[in-house]
Write a protein that binds this ligand. Sequence first.
Ligand code: NAD
Length: 317
Amino acid sequence: MRFLITGGAGFIGAALANHLVRQGHTVRVLDDLSAGDSANLDPAIHFTRGDVEDKPKVWRLLNKIDCVYHLAARVSVPESILYPREYNNTNVGGTVAIMEAMRDAGVKRVVLASSGAVYGEQEVDKVSESLLPNPDSPYGVSKLAAEGYVRTIGRLWSIETVALRIFNAYGPGQAIPPTHAPVIPQFVRQVLGDGSLIIYGNGQQTRDYIYVDDVVQALIAAATAAGINRQVINIGTSTGTSITQLVALIEKVTGHKAQTIVTPAVSGGVSALVADTSRARKLLDFKPQVSLEEGLALLIERDPQFAKEKLSAMNDE
Ligand code: NAD
């Protein structure tokens, strides 16, 4: 098949692109490199630097494409609280631009990377797709709006659409921006480098951490599965892990003791967010393969940024 992956030089996009190209598919990537790095891509991938709103470029890239993966987005909950307009522009405006271009180019299928962040605080242990979304950050709102545009424009122009609500993905290749570092790579780096971990609140905030290869399997299934038109589907492991449990697991996998600093909780985070994955199992035959402990070990083994940390920690001993 021929795929276009927007945001394909990012963490999840590059893992997906590399996987697809190794399976023999034709893969084009469009990424403005605001966060991603094209060096992460297999040389067989056709990479174009550009914005999803650059119409002529997007039209050209959509030529003869069977399925678009729309992953290009700004992805930080805390950053979205500071810059909601930018999140609206990229995540909502960029999605509308892609849908319009797909309509014009006659492309018939799109898989949107949405997020568990659309749920916000809910009164249940595991969130299912039938719940009313209640996003508590501009990022969550932007993803919910993107879902709506994809579904509605798709219905109007007979484009098959599916939105995967991905929960907390982690794995090799995830960047650690200083202003909004994702918790797993940040904690692993600190523990390996004998730095401190900052824990906000009581350490009981619970998330559903999913290894990137499992996310890639779900994305691949979503490109071809039958009977999923207009669906939203949770992609997680259905297992909740608190921050305290996460720290203990990182200590176990690294063999290093964590030094923790506890500070008051900050806004923009719900207390618990764990996926009910029944729909993914039913519609995509999706079953995550990698436990958190295994995934942490793979992250440390495969991510070059941790090889350096491990080495300097060993030299210090
Ligand atoms: P990422 O930041 O690594 O990837 C996003 C990519 O989009 C980057 O490479 C960036 O350069 C590119 N991009 C941003 N704006 C663009 C624009 N206007 N035009 C072209 N490219 C642009 O993030 P990620 O973690 O790989 O996330 C990929 C997708 O999955 C996003 O849509 C994100 O919202 C979604 N998602 C991620 C997670 C997670 O835990 N990582 C969870 C839920 C949903």
